[in-house]
Each structure stands twice: as C-alpha cells, then as structure tokens.
Design a binder for this molecule. Structure first.
Ligand SMILES: NC(=O)c1ccc[n+]([C@@H]2O[C@H](COP(=O)([O-])OP(=O)(O)OC[C@H]3O[C@@H](n4cnc5c(N)ncnc54)[C@H](OP(=O)(O)O)[C@@H]3O)[C@@H](O)[C@H]2O)c1
Length: 336
C-alpha cells in the first residue's frame, strides 16, 4: 500500500468540506487505488496544523498561529496540494504562491480557486510540464459540472465547433426568480442575499466575471487557447429589467447568462452575455442554481451536461474526482 500525503491550503467552507469528504473516502482509496491517502497539513491565512501521520477531523479546529504559507505546506512533505484559497484573478490571489511552489517541486496540484489559473495559467501549466507534476482544475472550472473532463475524455478526437455554458449559479438563480416570479433585479438580488444565495458584494457574479473566469479556464485548459481576461467581451445581468424579462416571456423565451466560445476564421473568441432560449432548448430547463454546458463537435453533434449538486459538497467532490484521477495516473507511472 503506497502512502499519498495531501496538504490543503485555504481552509474555509470549501477547503474543509474537501478535507472532510476525503477522510470519509479513505477506505475507498485503499480498496480501489491501493493508496493510504493522508491529510498531512491544512492551513488558512494565519494558522494551520500538520501531522505526517495524518490528521483526523477533530484536529481541523485546532489550527495554530503561524503554521501557514507555501513553505509550511512544502515542509509537510505533501505529494499533492489541494488549493482552496480566495479567488482573485487580477493578482492571482494567495493561491498563486502555493501552486507555484507545489508544481515547481513536482508536487501535483488540485486547484479549486480560479485566480492563479486566470492570472498565470500558462506559467503554471509550463511549470507542471517541466517538473512532471499534474495540475487538475475541475473545482475551479465549474466544479461539479463536467467541463474540462468532457473535453479531455468524452469528446476525444472530435473537433470542437463551439461551447456555451450557464456557468454561474447565482445569476441563474436570479434570472430564474425574475422569470418565474416576476421579481425585479434588485428585489431578486436582495432576496437571494437574505437567503445566502448571493454574496453581500454580488458584482463578481452579476457583472459576469465569475462566468468569464470559468469560460477562460475552459478555453485555455480545455481547448489549448491562450486567452486573457482582456480578450473576453463580458456583460452581466445587472442591467436586465423586469420589462426585459416580461418581453422575453411574451415572446416565449427564457433568459440565461451564457459564456460562449466560438471559432471565427480559426480564431477562438469568448464572450459572456444574456442569451434567450425557447422552452424546448435544454438551457431553458436549467433551473435555480444549476449549471450547464453545451459542446458542439463535428463528430458527436451537441453534447449537453447539467449539474445541480449542492455546495460546498459538489465542489469538494469535483476536487476529489481530480485527486482520484491523479491516483490512477500515478499508479500507472505517468503525468498529464
Ligand atoms: N463556495 C463554493 O461553492 C465554491 C465553488 C467553487 C469554487 N469555489 C472557490 O473555492 C475557494 C474557496 O471558497 P470558500 O467558499 O471556501 O472561501 P472561504 O470560506 O472564504 O475560505 C477561503 C480560505 O482561504 C484562506 N486563505 C486566505 N488567504 C490565505 C493564505 N495566504 N494562505 C492560506 N489560506 C488563505 C482563508 O483563511 P482565513 O480563514 O484565515 O482567512 C480561508 O480559510 C474560492 O476561491 C472560491 O472561488 C467556491
């Protein structure tokens, strides 16, 4: 039985959910992968905990001041970093230093925050290639909704002609409330904030930036593009009025905030904006906080996936899917 040591950097709602789910699956990892998977370190911004013998859940609340930072994680001897810090695509966020440190030392990385991948994605991919480390990003690229995996595995060999995605749960929830219950944008937003479905500062979601981040990751990591946020035309839903929604309803159309990747003259273009669909379209069925992706290919036509897993469990499960893919690949002695 091989021992696989995991460190978790960023220990908020998602980091803790991932660590807890990992512990509940240890028996599966032993049985299916012949691996004794241990969490040997976990940290937030100012405190952490480490034990080479492996941490149990009761130690997750006993973080000690000062045990944090990329060097702390490296010192834990982890084989795999799970990174779940805050997302900041303008600077790369604190996750960037952790991921850089892990990949350059040949440690595999399962990345859940989007910031570093947007800011320095090419550098990180190159670093992984040089060191032979694996870089997995399902948690960042719409989490439970399969995006990169679909492109990498299920559509192998096909030429991708276009991608559309309903990639942000909050905006889908808001547009759904406006459409089905006739609420105005501000009213729907206040209600969602009161229910914990929208952030106190909702701009990242409602202005389309979260959708743009996920779309860019799909383009760069799934389709080999090299886009930056400056290449994307981004519009959100903040200007959608009750009058717009009423007009779409009258026309039998359902609005969605959609990220679109298109190929124009061989050049990849990506944009985010509101698009409308007839009720028969699969995207019109994407209700509440669900997400969806539609990929058009030459060989397999349209492939549509819809996902509605509850957070943070769904994101934790997506990250641990990546972890298992790493266990399988390492058992075969290869990197990707
Ligand atoms: N929530 C979701 O459903 C969801 C879904 C998909 C992806 N994500 C992504 O997952 C990430 C985490 O989300 P969350 O909801 O768990 O956020 P959160 O509760 O705010 O947790 C963020 C964690 O990062 C830690 N952190 C901040 N700076 C750090 C540093 N320099 N070193 C180490 N840790 C640091 C924070 O530590 P302190 O507590 O000490 O400040 C906190 O533990 C975000 O990037 C988010 O975009 C979230």
């Amino acid at each position: 039985m091989r021992t696989v040591k995991v460190a978790v950097a960023g220990f908020g709602g998602v980091g803790r959910a991932t660590a807890t789910l990992l512990l509940s699956r240890r028996e599966r990892y032993r049985r299916v992968h012949g691996a004794d998977v241990r969490i040997v370190a976990a940290c937030g911004s100012s405190a952490g905990v480490a034990d080479p013998a492996g941490l149990e859940a009761e130690r997750f609340d006993a973080l000690k001041d000062g045990l944090t930072g990329p060097d702390f994680v490296a010192a834990s001897g982890a084989d795999i970093l799970i990174e779940a810090g805050p997302t900041d695509f303008r600077t790369g966020g604190p996750g960037l230093a952790y991921i850089r440190s892990a990949l350059s030392a040949g440690r595999d990385a399962v990345v859940i925050s989007k910031g570093a991948l947007i800011h320095s994605g090419r550098e990180l991919r190159e670093s992984a290639q040089v060191s032979g480390a694996m870089l997995k990003i399902s948690g960042a690229a719409a989490a439970a909704l399969p995006t990169i995996d679909l492109l990498d595995n299920s559509l192998t060999g096909c030429k991708v002609l276009g991608v559309d995605g309903v990639l942000n749960a909050t905006t889908n929830h808001l547009l759904d409330a406006m459409t089905t219950r006739g609420l105005g944008f501000e009213q729907a937003l206040r209600e969602a904030q009161a229910g914990g479905f929208a952030e106190a500062d909702p701009r990242n979601d409602v202005e389309g930036w979260d959708t743009a981040c996920k779309l860019l990751l799909i383009a760069n990591f799934g389709l080999g593009a090299d886009l930056t946020m400056h290449d994307l035309a981004v519009e959100g839903i903040q200007s959608v009025t009750a009058g717009d929604v009423a007009a779409w309803r009258a026309a039998g159309l359902v609005p969605k905030l959609v990220g679109t990747i298109a190929f124009e003259g061989g050049v990849i273009r990506a944009s985010v904006g509101v698009r409308t669909y007839p009720p028969t379209d699969p995207f019109a069925q994407v209700r509440g906080k669900a997400k969806a992706i539609r990929i058009m290919t030459d060989g397999m036509g349209e492939t549509v996936a819809i996902s509605n897993g509850a957070e943070p469990l769904a994101t934790a499960a997506a990250a641990l899917k990546d972890l298992e893919h790493i266990l399988v690949a390492r058992a075969k002695g290869r990197s990707s």
